[in-house]
Design a protein around this ligand. Sequence first.
Ligand code: NAP
Length: 300
Amino acid sequence: MTENIGFVGLGIMGQGMAHNLLKAGFPLTVWNRTAGKMEPLLAAGAKAGRDPADVAAQSDMVLVCVSDTPDVEAVILGQEQGIIQGAKAGSLVIDCSTISPLATRKLATALAEKGVAMLDAPVSGGSEGAAKGTLSIMVGGEAADFERAQPVFQAIGKKITHVGPIGAGQTVKLVNQILVVGNCLAMCEALLFAQAGGVDLTKTLEAVSAGAAGSWMLSNRGPQILQRDWRPGFTIDLQQKDIRLVLDAADALGVPLPGTALIFQLYRTLQAQGLGSEGNHALVKALEHLAGFEIEAAGE
Ligand code: NAP
């Protein structure tokens, strides 16, 4: 039996994921705080919910993809309009946002008191992965709930891994983010070095992307840096939020992460300059400032 799906949060990621659920044939009810972002989904066949509670009342499974921990808490636990107010016993909430593992466990406990199950299912793969349905999804929760959600995960993702109990998905996502920002810093330093060395940057990217130095970051965001195209697949503000989650968790665990802490501070300099809505690859601007020169735009 096809389950009715709800989707709350139609930002850069949610848009693509919700479209892919429609394409896969799921009956879909959506809600977004800024109502205009629902229009492309409604035009493609989704129904509009009045608020998260209404979406939950019309759905067997509700996916959430909003910004930060307090935002997920608001849409799930909100006193009047939260998912918990409308969700039926036996339904399943799947949180695809990147938030605190500890807060995730508390949300799951609150939902369980109403007979509602929860999976944490943060994603990786950027706006491109969301649009193409090729996300990596790291899932925490009960095995039976993971199995139940498989058809939904298959519609939005490619690599789907059940990594452990509730909250484990968020912990693995933070592992992912340590790797992402480390890759990003390495890419930015490498391109500045190449610029100073006088080599052709497009050819340099082509040469190194195929070898041991290749990465998603280099292939997808390297060309954007060369064009000085700062449009976000993932904003600096949200990237900074993820590093804060990493550093908070690392502090609680007593694990030193000196490299990640440095990148947190570099992103902070960009936020201080009002660049928080640019893409995370604009990290190169912080290094350009230190170096005293810039990457020259390709084709100029
Ligand atoms: P985004 O484009 O900024 O969208 C954020 C969404 O959250 C919007 O729909 C926004 O509504 C909604 N929202 C924020 N606060 C809210 C609140 N208090 N109540 C209700 N709705 C609220 O961000 P995104 O890039 O799609 O990211 C969404 C989540 O996915 C984040 O946790 C992010 O870390 C994670 N993620 C992003 C990427 C990426 O590459 N972009 C990759 C993996 C994971 P409005 O439209 O009204 O502002």
